[in-house]
Write a protein that binds this ligand. Sequence first.
Ligand code: ZN
Ligand code: ZN
Length: 387
Amino acid sequence: MLKGLATLFVFTTLMLQSTSADIINIGIYHNSKITAFNFQPAEGSYTVFTEHGKLLEIDNTTSLNLKFSNNKVSIKSNTKDYGTFKKVRFIGKGWKNSFKVKPNSSKRVKVYEDNLFVTPHNYYSYFQLINNIEIDNYVAGVVESEVGRSPPPEYFKLQAIICRTYALKNIKRHEGEGFSLCDKVHCQAYNQKPKSELIKKAAIETNNIVIVDSDIDLIVATFYSNCGGETAKSEEVWRQKLYYLRTVKDTFCLHENNAVWEKKIPKEKWTNYLINKGFPKGSLQEECGVEYFQNCREQFFEDQNVQIKFTQIRSDFRLKSAQFDVIPNGNYVTLKGKGFGHGVGLCQEGAMKMAKSGYTYGEILHFYYKNVHMINLESLSFFKADY
Ligand SMILES: [Zn+2]
Ligand SMILES: [Zn+2]
């Protein structure tokens, strides 16, 4: 009997691996250093597997507490101590499964879909929690975490395609840690199961659709809040020049929330910064460096032979964007900026405005990413097959 169960465990593992195009492993509570948490099914029931095979089955009436101690995982319910293990997997039994997680250190309960893998962290004394989840369920979770529930449905479809493309492009980002992507903005924000049915529907309706370049490689599908009227070329912000991330004049975002910003900086702090970067002291006293107009996106803030990248100034002063004018203002300088974010690729507020105005997700996508193609993942493997 035990041997039969062990075989089932191995079989389940293989089955999950073999459908890897549809299932993805996400490191949840990444860097939260969880040492104890409660697990409880929300929908459906779960089978609990350990390295010895099947341990038990539970439904939403049972909550288990898992604790990390001596490099092992102990499992207890209110009434029973199940012992300690090296690995624990909660595998959903039904068609639709979700579960609740509540770390002992937090009051917040989060709900996730599909399966949960629990292992001690490779190096530290806390858990590594991995949500083994169907990719469209994950994509819907990311869309809601990244953009909330207010945008129009057409925008959700567009964002779902972008998030799917991004996830598959970066599938090896955390390979050494035993999962594909983390749940923080380092990869893509993924807070929990989405509440919006419209977002769920958008992920399902765009199932398998991804964006590729002319070599049929997944594109670098970057996005940010607002471009301020003009998007940036990829090489202006990062090193890589990508033909589909070019300058786009965008009038759709000009009256949206993040179109403009202002920041006041003491004049002395600003001029000292410029002098440290090599600006001649004399020119600053004559107010050269304290008055500057960037009419369209420029790469460098410059004065004769000195150049500072606007992206560098953005990072040093924690500015919303790298697109700004400098206006003298008594003992201060006022930076008057446009947009919010790095500016490369899709402008979210512009794209939302387009969606509200009746543009389709395909039209919006081709407006921001130049000469790309939307294809089904199945045809991607067809194009990439060796003949
Ligand atoms: Zn990450
Ligand atoms: Zn824009």
